[in-house]
Design a protein around this ligand. Structure first.
Ligand code: DC
Length: 226
């Protein structure tokens, strides 16, 4: 799988800032963006809506394979449609995130989503955001970033995000959820969350978003990816 399209993978645990940072890098260079977590969330949501159990691997793989999804930009706003229905907000709910993490532990589901993710690689470039972008999906990427932040800081960020969306949650509950999700994502047998051996690790606990974006931009320029 060799390709001349520039590609930057950004992996790491939930709440490290991957989503915002990936979007900013993609916009800055005019590249495509793959939000791979959204594909796992969409698979989980499709299963929840159709009554497919989260312990039915064959049924879940079918949902992943047959996902009818459109990533669109509507009035300058990124929008995600599942079977024509706008689910942009719904897939961010805690319940869907938890189900996504369980669904993502199933090898048949990961396999069913693999080619769909690789198809995002189109000129002039791609920023791929996820857990296994640098290790499994795009192992030949010329720049791999691994973003981390302490669980406490990530819980605080999540609380702020929920608050802005009009939802309230206890910090202690969010911290427990984040730790449980980290454990599931890092300990699963297939494509566990871990830095690729050639990844550049950035700890964002003490860095704000513009600083992280600047560092990644510098790496992109230094490696002559533009
Ligand atoms: O990044 P996110 O919170 O939207 O991801 C939702 C879940 O999907 C997360 O718990 C782990 C899983 N995931 C994955 O296993 N592999 C990816 N490349 C992206 C997400």
């Amino acid at each position: 799988m060799s390709d001349t399209t520039s590609i930057v993978t950004i992996d790491g645990p939930g709440g490290a800032g991957k989503g915002t940072i990936s979007r900013m890098i993609a916009e800055r260079f005019g590249w495509h963006l793959l939000d791979s977590g959204a594909l796992y969330r969409l698979t989980a949501l499709a299963a929840l809506r159709k009554g497919v159990a989260t312990d039915d691997p064959a049924g879940l793989a079918e949902q992943a394979r047959d996902l009818d999804v459109v990533f669109a930009v509507d009035d300058g706003r990124a929008t995600i449609l599942l079977e024509g229905d706008d689910v942009t907000r719904e897939i961010r709910r805690e319940e869907v995130g938890g189900a996504a993490s369980r669904v993502a532990a199933l090898p048949v589901v990961r396999e069913a989503l693999l080619q769909r993710q690789r198809d995002f690689r189109k000129p002039p470039g791609l920023v791929a955001d996820g857990r296994d972008m640098g290790t499994v999906v795009f192992p030949d990427a010329p720049l791999k970033i691994y973003l981390t932040a302490s669980a406490e800081e990530r819980a605080k960020r999540r609380q702020r995000q929920l608050h802005e969306a009009g939802e309230n949650a206890r910090l202690s509950t969010l911290l427990e959820e984040i730790k449980a999700r980290d454990a599931r994502d890092m300990q699963r047998a297939v494509a566990p969350l871990k830095p690729a051996i050639d990844a550049v690790e950035l700890d964002t606990t003490q860095l704000d978003i513009p600083e992280v974006v600047k560092r990644i931009e510098t790496l992109i320029v230094e490696r002559e990816l533009t």
